[in-house]
Ligand binder design. Structure first.
Ligand SMILES: Cc1cc2nc3c(=O)[nH]c(=O)nc-3n(C[C@H](O)[C@H](O)[C@H](O)COP(=O)(O)OP(=O)(O)OC[C@H]3O[C@@H](n4cnc5c(N)ncnc54)[C@H](O)[C@@H]3O)c2cc1C
Length: 443
């Protein structure tokens, strides 16, 4: 190898699923590495919290595919998820996705009309609003797709790039096939959770005993000597367009290559010795507040996931995880995760947890009329970095970043590192591919 050696190992920034996948793969290949994690524990967004009353709250990720669990080696420690379904709540009624929506003639007609003149994404130059209208028809786009996209991103549909559509599951026919397969098999067949490898009835959701964090624990097994917790990388050193090391706690560590999972706009600040990545500092991420509401009873929502596109709701998505995964709540009780897009320092972000619970409770009444009588309390989780926002104004730069960092030996991977809407399975496979490319380039 040219650069990577015992004295100049690969430095990995971040101990979430992507960073640990890279570490695990390098270990498998006998390549020396050092992983620095800023926090006091591993797993990043792939964490679960358990409370004393027997409830489990997942930070971001709930739904793991059996293919990922098997690849990581925890397939035998997972339970099959028996049920998964999505509905849309409109005019105080629930429509299952996609069957129920298709039964509304106005939606079907507008969708059919759009199929006569199908859309291209215009290479990212068109807006997301245009893309939704020409892909789904005006009615579905204006009443459902655009309001939901605006709620999670915090940006107007006209300001967003049509590339937002790239993260949406493929054709309606394939979606129907997978949903039907779920019914036949009695398993929650994965739909829209994996793009690197094909989705089919043989890929379904599972949940690790002990929580989602078990995936990362397994990846970290046997490599703890090369992992440093509470170690924020402060600088990435670049000389003559080649990465040479990192600074952690004021100390320099030489590096043959650096694999970063830090968010792209943070990466821009970390890199010293070149201005090549300055353009990344304008990339934005949407913060999210998750209000995990505990209730007496179960099956309170019309479906596992309920989308709420109407602007009378401060949230855009509700997930009753305990219907999909009964082990996440004690028997006879449930937990509903309420997703609210927000900005750091705004009213939602700063609101006291109990007050946030009260706001959500009021707004849940149309869906659960006796919500107040059933309510047992809530646990609020917040993340400043949940969704990469694909603004049209930096679409050309986003595409440029897809081709790499432009700095020799510096790789940016993972959901926030790639600035890409990817789920865990894709983060895993994409990371392994990038590691292969890195090792090939290193000779
Ligand atoms: C709301 C939401 C729901 C989701 N649901 C699902 C789901 O159901 N199924 C699914 O498969 N996926 C889901 N995902 C996606 C999944 O969570 C991610 O793909 C995956 O966890 C990303 O892992 P990562 O390692 O790329 O990033 P992260 O988990 O963010 O890890 C990055 C790590 O890097 C560390 N770090 C950052 N900067 C530094 C630094 N300078 N020095 C040292 N360490 C640093 C951070 O502390 C963090 O631990 C969801 C995501 C969100 C936001």
């Amino acid at each position: 190898m040219k650069n990577i050696s015992k004295n100049k190992p690969v430095v990995i920034i971040g101990g979430g699923l992507a960073g640990l996948s890279a570490a695990n793969y390098l270990n498998e290949k006998g390549v020396p590495f050092l992983l620095f994690e800023a926090g006091e524990q591993l797993a990043g967004l792939a964490q679960s919290f358990h409370d004393k009353d027997g409830f489990t709250y997942d930070f971001g990720a709930h739904f793991v595919t059996n293919r990922l669990a098997d690849a990581i080696g925890v397939g035998d420690k997972c339970k099959d998820v028996p049920r998964y379904g999505e509905s849309v709540w409109l005019s105080k009624r629930s429509y299952s996705y996609p069957f129920g929506l298709m039964l509304r003639p106005s939606f079907t007609l507008s969708a059919l009309k759009s199929k006569i003149k199908p859309a291209s994404n215009g290479n990212g130059t068109r807006s997301a609003a245009d893309w939704f209208r020409s892909s789904y028809g005006e009615k579905l786009a204006d009443e459902i797709a655009i309001p939901l996209t605006e709620a999670w991103s915090g940006a107007a549909g006209e300001e967003l790039s049509s590339a937002v559509g790239d993260s949406i599951p493929g054709s309606i026919a394939h979606t129907l096939y997978l949903k039907l397969a779920s019914r036949w098999t009695g398993r929650a067949v994965s739909c829209g959770y994996s793009r690197e490898k094909p989705e089919n009835p043989g890929v379904w959701h599972v949940y690790p005993d002990g929580g989602v964090g078990v995936l990362c624990q397994k990846l970290a097994e046997n490599i703890s000597d090369s992992i440093r917790l509470n170690s924020r990388v402060e600088e990435i050193l670049v000389e003559n367009d080649q990465v040479t090391g990192v600074i952690v706690g004021g100390e320099r560590f030489d590096a043959g290559a650096v694999i970063s999972t830090a968010p792209a706009h943070i990466l821009a600040k970390l890199v010293k010795g070149t201005d090549k990545l300055d353009y990344l500092s304008k990339f934005r991420y949407r913060p999210m507040t998750f209000v995990n509401m505990r209730f007496e009873g179960r099956g309170l929502l019309p479906d596992v996931v309920v989308w709420t596109p109407e602007d009378e709701y401060p949230f855009f998505r509700l997930t009753e995880t305990a219907v999909s995964m009964p082990w996440l709540a004690p028997e006879g009780k449930t937990v509903i995760t309420v997703d609210i897009g927000c900005e750091i320092g705004d009213e939602i972000w700063d609101m006291e947890n109990d007050a946030l619970g009260t706001v959500c409770l009021e707004k849940l009444l149309p869906l659960i009329p006796d919500a107040k009588e059933r309510f047992l309390g809530c646990k609020v989780l917040r993340t400043p970095l949940a969704y990469p926002i694909f603004l049209k104004e930096y679409e050309a730069d986003r595409k440029r970043f897809e081709n790499g960092t432009g700095v020799d030996g510096l790789f940016s991977i993972g959901r926030n590192g790639e600035f890409r809407h990817i789920f865990m399975e894709d983060a895993y496979w994409r990371t392994r591919n990038k590691v292969d490319q890195m090792l090939k380039a290193d000779g």
